[in-house]
Design a protein around this ligand. Sequence first.
Ligand SMILES: Cc1cc2nc3c(=O)[nH]c(=O)nc-3n(C[C@H](O)[C@H](O)[C@H](O)COP(=O)(O)OP(=O)(O)OC[C@H]3O[C@@H](n4cnc5c(N)ncnc54)[C@H](O)[C@@H]3O)c2cc1C
Length: 342
Amino acid sequence: MPLSPWIESEVSLRELNTFGLPAVARRLVRIRDDADVRRLLAEPALAAAPKLVLGGGSNLVLTRDPEGVVLKVEIEGLRLVETRSDAYIVEAGAGLRWHDLVMATLARGWGGLENLALIPGTVGAAPVQNIGAYGIELADRLHEVDAVDLVTGAPLTLTRAQCAFGYRDSVFKQSLAGRCLITCVRFALPRPWQPVLGYLDLERKVAETGISAPSAAQVADWVCSIRRAKLPDPAVIGNAGSFFKNPVVSEDQCRDIIGRDPHVVHYPMPDGTFKLAAGWLIDACGWKGKTVGRAGVYDKQALVLVNRGDAIGAEVITLARAIQESVYGRFGIRLEPEPVVI
Ligand SMILES: Cc1cc2nc3c(=O)[nH]c(=O)nc-3n(C[C@H](O)[C@H](O)[C@H](O)COP(=O)(O)OP(=O)(O)OC[C@H]3O[C@@H](n4cnc5c(N)ncnc54)[C@H](O)[C@@H]3O)c2cc1C
């Protein structure tokens, strides 16, 4: 049976993932509203096919051609839903670029997302791993998520509690993994707004500039300049940001690791556990700047793996495994990858 003309075939994904890894989508459909999902589910050839939801491809490692059909999310839209005494409720389409959302909300005078400026990717992917940076997580600003069930086509709305957010984790990575496509996200942006400046790099900016009460736009500006100095621009060198999560360990484990190396970077958490800096552990094992095949470890930040040119996904995974083994051998810690591996 011939496929409908809106279903694209044999689409290269190399330009659609920030690592620049080669893969081909046998079928690709652009989703511009939730009716498009239902239209796809009505296609006999694709209704039951495996589905990969694709945003900006900035948290993906493609090691093969995805099976079935790729759903490229391109749902636009931004509007103020409600002005409450404690928050602006703002709704954004899942296909908007995350950084464009941050800048658009700031331009309208709604602060709250500035610490998350310049994170690549789309609005719809942000709840999936509960993006976070510089002292703020998406969970701190999220109100509700609208999604479509990829099996039944039914719409669903999840409250913040139902999203079950954790550190780089949510229900969308657990019981709903691969099960739904997020169509729009509603945010609760705080009124009155106050800057969140507890992160060391931001404290330094306050000290350097003497600005102790910055505007939200000023904080965004600082965050962008800090990020540009530290992280590789995917347009220049392929990468997916931090490759490993920062491990969280018990007090006893932390003491054991400090016994192995007294300089280990660790932060006490409110629940009595300790978060270790994965980048520091990798650097301590001598990986910074190293290359294996055509994949490598970024020379300014050991937490970021990069494509040194024409790498394939398998080379990135081989490098990641070698790093995991050496960190385990030296510190007894198993590093967990942050990106989704296909
Ligand atoms: C240079 C760089 C810096 C980064 N810095 C940070 C950072 O500071 N903090 C941070 O948390 N992350 C960071 N990241 C990771 C990444 O930007 C985020 O995880 C981002 O939210 C991924 O968005 P995306 O649209 O590219 O998702 P994709 O890579 O396209 O998809 C990621 C996962 O989400 C799923 N998904 C995507 N869209 C939807 C949807 N609409 N509905 C359901 N599922 C969906 C996909 O199926 C996949 O499983 C960084 C990445 C890079 C390259």
